[in-house]
Design a protein. Structure first.
Length: 326
């Protein structure tokens, strides 16, 4: 591992100023992804700014929202009474995301900002436009079994690895950000980028910006919800495909729906057309199948991931059935 400086910030303003002063610095909180990346030579920040002491770990109700501090631990959020009562979809996604050990280290902010698990990104002997812009993409003609079927480019076909982010995308969360130019809020859907010509840039965060919290509307998606994750082994692994499904039912009629997929794109993949296809329809297998067909429009597979074209719609149907029955 490269040598690096380590400093600890005790106030958000000091952390932001420290990062803004040094373009080669990185924030570190749980470190569950960043330290792996540093040990393997994928990232080599010259300074780590430890933000674990910042007062950003509260989970509280605020004006029609549940606000979750960026430094709240994944395990604490998944077990929080308010989250279990109001946002069970988020709790399910967090519990599906990682082992208890990781959940007790990883933070909400870090979970959003974790980097792809594309094996070529981690192998410094292989070309990777995300790790080293302009070197090519090892996965395009390589073993692309885990890779994207939506929103990819000819520069990168990686997928975002976070389960939590799929639930937050489905639930219309808002990201709260502080930076050198002040505070701002963005819809969760605008946090992560598609790869385009610049796959090395994962998010729309500006230089020196810090995620301070995420807000999720305290809406009626608290009962008929299901997070379905399909992975290669029953113990913890990243999603081949995942689906966050939430329904509001009036008897057996769907009043409103939220749907997003993971493991299929460079960002959590919200399925708004499929949501519209569900609203006003009876909650039946036929309705769910039609919505899944809508959801998969535009999907395109590579040599080794064609199975996702079947696994995707089947997972959507199953997640919706489970949500309706919840
Ligand atoms: Fe790198 Fe993206 Fe290609 Fe993977 S898919 S090798 S992360 S450029």
């Amino acid at each position: 591992m490269n040598q690096f400086q380590y400093v600890r910030a005790s106030k958000p303003k000091a952390a932001i100023e420290a990062l803004a002063r040094d373009p080669n610095a990185q924030f570190i909180a749980g470190g569950t992804n960043l330290l792996d990346l540093m040990k393997r030579g994928v990232m080599a920040p010259q300074k780590l700014i430890d933000i674990n002491k910042l007062p950003l770990d509260k989970i509280e109700r605020q004006e029609g929202n549940i606000r979750i501090g960026a430094l709240a631990l994944n395990g604490a959020v998944a077990e929080d009474k308010l989250v279990l009562e109001k946002l069970p979809l988020l709790a399910q996604a967090l519990n599906a995301g990682a082992s208890a050990q990781l959940r007790n280290m990883a933070t909400v902010g870090g979970n959003m900002l974790q980097r792809t698990r594309c094996p070529y990104f981690y192998d410094t002997a292989m070309p990777c436009n995300k790790r080293e812009p302009g070197t090519g993409c090892g996965a395009l003609e390589g073993f692309n079994r885990m890779h994207a079927i939506f929103g990819f480019s000819d520069k990168c076909i990686a997928v975002h690895p976070s389960d939590m982010s799929v639930a937050l995308a489905a639930l219309d969360a808002t990201v709260l950000i502080s930076g050198p130019k002040g505070d701002r809020r963005i819809p969760f859907a605008e946090l992560h980028r598609l790869p385009g010509d610049q796959p090395h840039i994962d998010t729309t965060l500006g230089a020196g910006e810090l995620i301070t919290a995420v807000e999720v509307p305290d809406n009626a998606f608290s009962r008929h919800v299901h997070y379905l994750k399909v992975r290669e082994r029953a113990s913890y692994a990243f999603a081949l495909v995942s689906v966050a499904a939430a329904l509001q039912l009036d008897g057996s009629t769907i009043k409103d729906a939220r749907l997003a997929m993971g493991g299929v794109a460079h960002k959590p993949w919200r399925l708004t057309d499929a949501e519209k296809a569900l609203v006003g329809k009876p909650a039946t297998d036929e309705t769910f199948r039609q919505a899944a067909e809508v959801a998969m429009r535009g999907a395109k597979a590579f040599k080794h991931n064609a199975y996702k074209l079947k696994l995707g719609p089947n997972s959507i149907v199953q997640a919706l059935k489970n949500a309706a029955a919840a």
